[in-house]
Design a protein around this ligand. Structure first.
Ligand code: GLA
Length: 378
């Protein structure tokens, strides 16, 4: 959990913007919810390496080590971006042939997170004899992993290569902590819903503690409506996705803050069972998503893809099922009664002994947490 400069500032990021965003994260109490990583994306890099082959930061970042120290003093973590290629996506210098130097430099600066973006590596890859083989996709990530893991720091390794060559199948092998599963998200309903609702559903068996599918950073608080932001955040929580904020934390409105600081929704994302939710469509552009949680609980999301609000009767008995593929957990609605907590609206919990009448706004999602009612005799 944390914040990254890209969705908000793009290539126009600076140390001042990063520091003031981190300060806003602290001032608004977001660190207390678990947001910890402050990640600089592309455009921090100097145009040339020094005589030792070290890559320095450009004028916008006069003191990387100092910035890292300040973040650490405030209890936050420090993330950075690079590419295995000659250049990054933004045409800044990449790490090619200098992976060892760069890993060492990250360690010196106190880096805790590296986003490593394929991009400019494409040119080299095109010239490789074995390109298009899985080995050729793995190689650059394996190389950086070797040097990263030689550092004394515990550095989160975030792969960014848009989900090519089924990265979710080999990400754990290169000790990646997360891997992007798709191309870039933007702050439109079309982009967010295409990535979130359509491109992730088959990937749920590949997420596991320490090794996560990454459907890209959050757009909540950017150009999405409140309903869309709530659907976005809820869905990312159901997917156990990294919650990396991408909005301007300094100027966000109350609705945005309320969404990203919903403790119970965050708890679904961060649940210690570490299982990604799966989808069961129920027709008329309504989907239900189900996520087994620790302690016998379940999270349920009812997503309305229509522009208009819908009413849907959630008959629990229709969802007696077992997650055979990952957790082995069953809902057992025919044997167990659960309390049902509405995670966005609060209020008195209901029970699964009768169907739930769900009202969901247009392009919005309702979200619930089910907890088994323990039989008092046992
Ligand atoms: C790629 C990545 C983005 C961002 C930019 C930076 O497009 O997918 O997330 O890091 O590069 O240039």
């Amino acid at each position: 959990m944390g914040w990254n400069s890209w969705n908000c500032w793009g290539l126009d990021v600076s140390a001042e913007k990063v520091k003031s965003s981190a300060q806003a994260l602290l001032d608004k109490g977001l660190a207390d919810y678990g947001y910890a990583y402050i990640n600089i994306d592309d455009s921090w890099e100097a145009p040339e390496r020094d005589a030792n082959g070290d890559l320095l930061a450009n004028d916008k970042f006069p003191d990387m080590k100092g910035l890292g120290e300040w973040l650490h003093d405030e209890g936050l973590k420090f993330g950075i971006y690079s590419s295995p290629g000659v250049t990054t996506c933004g045409n800044y210098l990449g790490s090619i042939d200098h992976e060892e130097n760069d890993a060492r430099m990250y360690n010196e600066w106190g880096i805790d997170y590296l986003k490593y973006d394929w991009c400019g590596y494409q040119q080299k890859w095109m010239t490789e004899k074995d390109n298009y083989t899985r080995a050729s996709f793995i190689r650059p990530y394996m190389l950086m992993e070797k040097y990263l893991r030689e550092q004394p720091r515990d550095i989160f390794y975030s792969l960014c290569q848009y989900g090519w060559e089924e990265v979710w199948k080999w990400g754990p092998m290169v000790d990646a902590n997360s891997w992007r599963t798709t191309g870039d998200i933007t702050d439109t309903w079309e982009s967010m819903s295409d990535i979130g609702f359509r491109q992730q559903e088959d990937l749920y068996p590949y997420a596991a503690p320490g090794h996560w599918n990454d459907p890209d950073m959050l757009e909540v608080g950017n150009d999405l409506t409140v309903n869309q932001g709530r659907a976005h955040f809820g869905l990312w929580a159901m997917m156990a996705a990294p919650l990396i904020l991408g909005n301007d934390l300094r100027s966000m409105d109350k609705e945005t803050l309320d969404i990203i600081s919903n403790r119970e929704v965050i708890a679904v994302d961060q649940d210690s069972l570490g299982v990604q939710g799966f989808k069961i469509p129920v027709g008329q552009n309504v989907e239900t998503w189900w996520k087994p949680l620790s302690g016998g609980d379940w999270a349920v999301l009812v997503l309305n893809i229509n522009k208009e609000p819908v009413s849907y009767e959630l008959n629990w008995q229709m969802f007696n099922m077992t997650d055979d593929e990952v957790s082995g957990r069953s809902t057992d609605f025919d044997k167990i009664t659960y309390t049902v907590r509405d995670l966005w609206n609060g209020g008195k919990p209901t029970k699964t002994d009768k169907p739930l009448k769900v009202k969901v706004g247009g392009e919005d999602a309702a979200m619930y947490r089910l907890t088994p009612i323990k039989d008092k005799k046992h």
